[in-house]
Design a protein around this ligand. Structure first.
Ligand SMILES: Nc1ncnc2c1ncn2[C@@H]1O[C@H](COP(=O)(O)OP(=O)(O)OP(=O)(O)O)[C@@H](O)[C@H]1O
Ligand SMILES: O=C(O)[C@H](O)CO
Length: 495
């Protein structure tokens, strides 16, 4: 019933077209990932002189001893690059990275790499790493320098719950909150409240040592106090916020007494750590990469392949179901326009829909008005999924499949071909071995029914394993970087 590969000779050109667009989608995604490789980002922005670290054009004294710490999915290559830039000037380095990130043999290095946080959840290994980092930071003096490498996934790689909260309690609460569809900002507000090092804790421990923080952003808008739960910037959340978030997701009543003790108590901060312009005065923070860079590179790659292309938004957020509906509506609209229909009513409806969800669509209307060629639109951001089922998947696979189902609700002219890819730039979508997926096209009614069952059970991975024997799953392993998700939509018209 699920065989979708019945190809006659007359379908050969359709098949070749499918293959070439699939290649384009993959190459466009690959270019976006390449553009935010941490080693290149550092190489372009960091150098050292005899006595200073230079970040872009700003000089920071290296001090008597220079140490490096790091945590996140993308800090392996950041740390190795830092080691090669600093050479003997680097005294000691402790860095926590995801388990399995060293696919080949570990390179020869003086950096102490600690692997942990399976499935992006805090565990004993990552907590061991957090303790090593804490130990190192506690030895620092005023005339030292600390370089901190931060990237997404840093929260799970730097867990140190405030006693009496246990690691298991924290792990369980964050997992439940994530499954209920909490945003990353909500998750991290709760994490900051329960953690020794997050929400500025690490910066306070380092004081008065001078700190330079290099951050690869994986949060919309690059907010330093939310990326990896903001260990190097003051926590500006109201103390009540974490409690309100748990209430919102109906988790407050079930929390353990230790979590209650911490949430309703006061978080001890070191006194007298000076704050200047809302940031710790001894810390300089730099964003060295973000999803705008990745989206811009994707769009440039599409243009070089002959598409009309545009970065539409870098702040896609909200429930995957709503996003799939909006994308399908937009796609149908573009398809009809490419086929010659110039009616604008749907366009206004689509723009309103996004505006209502506070998503900025940069110049999309103008782009659509001048639409004449095959089009490749780039979206970036991080949607959420309410995981109510028991299946296997991730938000990108869920979105790619949901989009395919939604598209069947629209009339797409026969002369138009739609292709859509949704992938996480870190290469790992949820607890799966895929970065995401390419939407299946032309799903018939049996497949549509099966797709809906899989979506309802959050089992998109299983669907994709069956569809075309898994050909639509994008499997690239850990990419070494992490700037949220990229969505690539291609709409092509054939005469
Ligand atoms: N079966 C599933 N189907 C769909 N989505 C899922 C499923 N299981 C988990 N998820 C989603 O996957 C997300 C976690 O994925 P992942 O570990 O890739 O996080 P991430 O946001 O990329 O991590 P970070 O931001 O810390 O780098 C959660 O938002 C969760 O809702
Ligand atoms: O680690 C985290 O907290 C998320 O990836 C956001 O940075």
């Amino acid at each position: 019933m699920y065989s979708n590969r019945v190809l006659g000779v007359k379908n050969l050109s359709v098949c070749l077209r499918k293959m070439s667009t699939t290649c384009d989608l993959l190459e466009i995604f690959q270019k976006s990932v390449e553009s935010v490789q941490p080693a290149t980002l550092l190489e372009n922005q960091i150098s050292v002189t005899e006595s200073h670290l230079v970040v872009r054009n700003e000089y920071h004294a290296l001090g008597k001893r220079c140490h490096v710490i790091g945590f996140g999915k993308a800090v392996k290559d950041m740390a190795l690059k830092m080691e090669s830039i600093l050479g003997e000037k680097m005294q000691r380095a402790v860095v926590t990275v995801p388990i399995g990130i060293f696919r080949e043999r570990k390179p020869s290095t003086r950096i102490e790499f600690i692997e942990g946080a399976k499935n992006n959840l805090p565990d004993k290994l990552s907590m061991g790493g957090a303790l090593r980092i804490k130990e190192l930071v506690q030895t620092l003096a005023e005339d030292d320098m600390l370089i901190v490498l931060v990237s997404g996934g840093g929260s799970a790689l730097l867990p140190l719950p405030i006693p009496p909260i246990t690691l298991q309690e924290k792990h369980d609460l964050i997992k439940q909150l994530a499954r209920k569809g909490a945003t990353i900002n909500e998750l991290n507000s709760v994490r900051k409240r329960m953690s020794v090092l997050k929400g500025g804790g690490l910066a306070e421990l380092a004081y008065p040592c001078k700190v330079v923080t290099l951050v690869l952003s994986d949060v919309i808008g690059d907010p330093l106090d939310f990326i990896a739960s903001g260990p190097m910037v003051p926590n500006s959340d109201k103390p009540q916020l974490a409690i309100d978030i748990l209430k919102k997701y109906e988790l407050l009543d079930g929390i353990s007494s230790s979590i209650q003790t911490v949430l309703y108590g006061k978080k001890d901060l070191l006194a007298n750590v000076p704050i200047k312009e809302g940031q710790y005065a001894h810390v300089d923070n730099y964003i060295i990469g973000n999803n705008l860079m990745a989206a811009t590179a994707a769009s440039a790659a599409a243009i070089s392949k002959g598409y009309q292309s545009k970065v539409v938004s870098t702040c896609i957020q909200g429930d995957v179901i709503c996003i799939a509906k909006s994308y399908a509506m937009l796609t149908a609209l573009l398809a009809r326009r490419l086929a010659g229909d110039k009616n604008n009513t749907d366009l206004e409806k689509f723009l309103k829909d996004f505006e209502n969800r506070h998503i900025i669509l940069d110049g999309l209307k103008e782009e659509i008005m001048k639409l004449k060629d095959n089009l490749c639109l780039i979206f970036a951001g991080e949607p959420t999924v309410v995981v109510a089922g028991t299946g296997k998947g991730g938000r990108n696979q869920q979105l790619a499949l949901n989009f395919a189902v939604e598209l069947t609700e629209h009339d797409i002219p026969k002369s138009v071909k739609i292709s859509f890819l949704s992938c996480g730039t870190d290469g790992i979508d949820g607890p799966t071995d895929a970065a995401g997926a390419i939407s299946p096209t032309n799903i018939g009614s049996d497949w549509k029914k099966y797709a809906q069952e899989c979506l309802d059970n959050n089992d998109a991975y299983r669907f994709f394993q069956k569809w075309d024997s898994g050909a639509n799953l994008v499997k690239i392993g850990h990419t070494g970087t992490n700037v949220m998700d990229i969505h690539v939509l291609i709409v092509e018209h054939y005469q």
